[in-house]
Unconditional design. Structure first.
Length: 327
C-alpha cells in the first residue's frame, strides 16, 4: 500500500507499553500483527525490543496510518501496512502473503488524537460535527444515529454500550432537542437530562452516551468476535494474542472468545467430555491486568484498560486429550 497523505498531528500515548512489549519477547520469530496500529506506539516498541519480529499494522484510519508510517520510518523494512478494519484480519494476511503469525495485538476503543480533534466528532469537550466515524470513507455517521433513531432505540444503545443508568431520560432529551448538528449540542442535551447530583461524579456527564453512539456508528462489538477468532487461528504455537479493552462489553467478548479457544467445555465436570470442545490456546492472563496507579493517573486512556492474553498451543481435543494437529 502507498503511504496515505500527510495527516494532522497524531500524538498518542500507548497504554501498558512495557507490559505489552514484554509479552512478545519469547514468541517465535516472525510477524506480529498490530490489528489497531494507531500512531504506531506499540509497534515501535515491539520492533525496537525484539529484532526477531516484524510487524504488519492494520488500521482503518488513514490519519493514523500516516502517523505510524512517519513514526516508524527508521524501521520501515520491518513494517508492512494494511488499510483495513481489524475484522478483515485474514484478508490483510493474504494481501501480504502471510500464512502464519507469531502473535497479534488489539488495542480497542478510540485513540487520544481521535478524541481530542473536534473535527472527528468524537469529543464531548471540543465542538465539531456529529461524525464519530473511525473510517472516514464510510457513509454512516453519528448524525444518522442521533437524529434518526427513535427514542426507544436510542435508549437501548445508550444503556447497552454506555452502561448509562439515565439512558431513557437522555434518549428523550435527544429526541426533544432535534435537529442536533454538533457535538456541543449533543453534550448539552445529554448533560441537561442527567440529575444535577449525578453530574458531579464520574467524569463528564456525556462521556458514556458518546461512547455508546461511537460503538454503534462503527459496529465495534459486532466485528470483534470474528477478528479474535481469525487472529488465534493464524497464530503459531508459542505465539500470543494480546488484547487491551476499555469497555465492559469489549472485555466480555474477549473473555468469551478466549474461553472458547481454551476449550471451554459444557459437560459435567465428573463425566467425560462429549461436547467436542477443542483447545487451541492456554490462558496467560484470565483475570484482566490493569495499568499501574501511576499510569492511570497520568494517561486517561489507561484508567479503564483491561489486558487479557492467550498463547497458542498445539490443538487438543478435550474428549481424549489427544493432539489433532496444528495450523
Amino acid at each position: 500500500m502507498s503511504a496515505p497523505a500527510p495527516s494532522h498531528d497524531f500524538e498518542h500515548r500507548p497504554v501498558m507499553l512495557t507490559e505489552i512489549t514484554q509479552l512478545f519477547a519469547d514468541v517465535p520469530a516472525g510477524t506480529v500483527v498490530d490489528a489497531t496500529l494507531g500512531g504506531g506506539g506499540h509497534a515501535a516498541s515491539i520492533l525496537e525490543a525484539h529484532p526477531h519480529l516484524d510487524v504488519l499494522g492494520i488500521d482503518q484510519d488513514t490519519d493514523a496510518l500516516s502517523a505510524a508510517i512517519e513514526r516508524l520510518k527508521a524501521q520501515r523494512k520491518r513494517l508492512r501496512i494494511s488499510h483495513r478494519r481489524f475484522n478483515e484480519f485474514d484478508d490483510a494476511l493474504v494481501d501480504h502473503q502471510i500464512t502464519e503469525i507469531s502473535g497479534a495485538l488489539f488495542d480497542l476503543g478510540v485513540s487520544s488524537p481521535q478524541l481530542d480533534r473536534g473535527d472527528r466528532g468524537f469529543s464531548y469537550r471540543n465542538d465539531g460535527p456529529l461524525d464519530m466515524r473511525m473510517n472516514s470513507e464510510q457513509q454512516w455517521s453519528a448524525s444518522d444515529v442521533v437524529n434518526g433513531y427513535d427514542e426507544r432505540e436510542l435508549s437501548r444503545i445508550i444503556k447497552k454500550y454506555g452502561d448509562e443508568k439515565f439512558a431513557r431520560r437522555i434518549a428523550a432529551a435527544i429526541v426533544a432537542a432535534r435537529p442536533i448538528a454538533t457535538t456541543s449540542q449533543l453534550a448539552e442535551a445529554v448533560t441537561n437530562a442527567i440529575p444535577a447530583p449525578a453530574r458531579r461524579t464520574g467524569g463528564h456527564p456525556a462521556k458514556r452516551t458518546f461512547q455508546a453512539i461511537r460503538i454503534e456508528v462503527n459496529g465495534e462489538l459486532d466485528v470483534l468476535p470474528g477478528a479474535l477468532d481469525q487472529a488465534v487461528e493464524a497464530t503459531v504455537p508459542g505465539g500470543r494474542v494480546v488484547v487491551l479493552s476499555y469497555h465492559s462489553g469489549e472485555d466480555r467478548i474477549v473473555k468469551e472468545r478466549f474461553a472458547v479457544a481454551a476449550g471451554a467445555c459444557d459437560c459435567p465436570y465428573d463425566l467425560p467430555c462429549v461436547c467436542g470442545a477443542v483447545q487451541t490456546v492456554r490462558i496467560v492472563r484470565g483475570v484482566p491486568k490493569r495499568a499501574s496507579d501511576e499510569e492511570r493517573s497520568s494517561n486517561r486512556r489507561a484508567a479503564s484498560a483491561r489486558l487479557r492474553v492467550v498463547e497458542r498451543i498445539e490443538t487438543v481435543r478435550k474428549s481424549d486429550g489427544q493432539p489433532v494437529g496444528t495450523i
